[in-house]
Ligand binder design. Structure first.
Ligand SMILES: Cc1ncc(C[n+]2csc(CCOP(=O)(O)OP(=O)(O)O)c2C)c(N)n1
Ligand SMILES: [Mg+2]
Length: 156
């Protein structure tokens, strides 16, 4: 549940089996533990995508990823808070409340679990991700970016 994923819903066909999301229940915290389990179960390197807010719901799973040397990469899109709520509130009320978050240095946090991690930006994302996905074991990539809402998500 992050703005990048709302865009991905339109770009990926889940029937192909390569993409899975918590679109039905919408629960924050699903992505990383699900991708970790998928990596262990499938033997393939998997990618989880979370926002900075949602990432806070799954931090403990970094220990499990390290313990099992799972081939899982976690992309955390850090826009400073609950981005989608920021967009909804601005649209509806022209102001926001409680959307900006105190959050950890995710790169340092992953490092504390013994997991390689690095910051990236939209320009370097493709290369950074490709490198992480080609490296065995868990890894974390933190993308500093503020994405715009995929408009129809709140209309259907
Ligand atoms: C367990 C849970 N708590 C609260 C929500 C409500 N909620 C949906 S999206 C969202 C903001 C998520 O922020 P972030 O993960 O940073 O993603 P962004 O919108 O910034 O891309 C919240 C709080 C939820 N879906 N699930
Ligand atoms: Mg966010």
């Amino acid at each position: 549940m992050t703005i990048a994923a709302y865009w991905a819903w339109s770009a990926w066909d889940p029937r192909e089996g390569g993409f899975h999301s918590a679109q039905g229940s919408g629960g924050l915290g699903f992505a990383f533990p699900a991708a970790l389990a998928a990596a262990v179960g499938s033997g393939r390197h998997t990618l989880a995508v979370s926002g900075d807010g949602g990432a806070m719901y799954g931090i403990a799973e970094l220990a499990a990823a390290r313990q099992h040397d799972a081939d899982v990469t976690w992309l955390i899109v850090d826009d400073g808070g609950y981005g989608i709520l920021r967009e909804y509130m601005t649209d509806a009320f022209d102001r926001t409340t409680a959307t900006e978050l105190a959050r950890p240095d995710f790169v340092a946090l992953a490092g504390a679990f013994g997991i390689p991690a690095r910051h990236t930006d939209p320009e370097h994302l493709r290369d950074t991700l490709a490198e992480a996905l080609a490296t065995p074991g868990p890894s974390v990539v933190v993308l500093g970016a503020t994405l715009q809402m995929f408009a129809p998500t709140h209309l259907s």
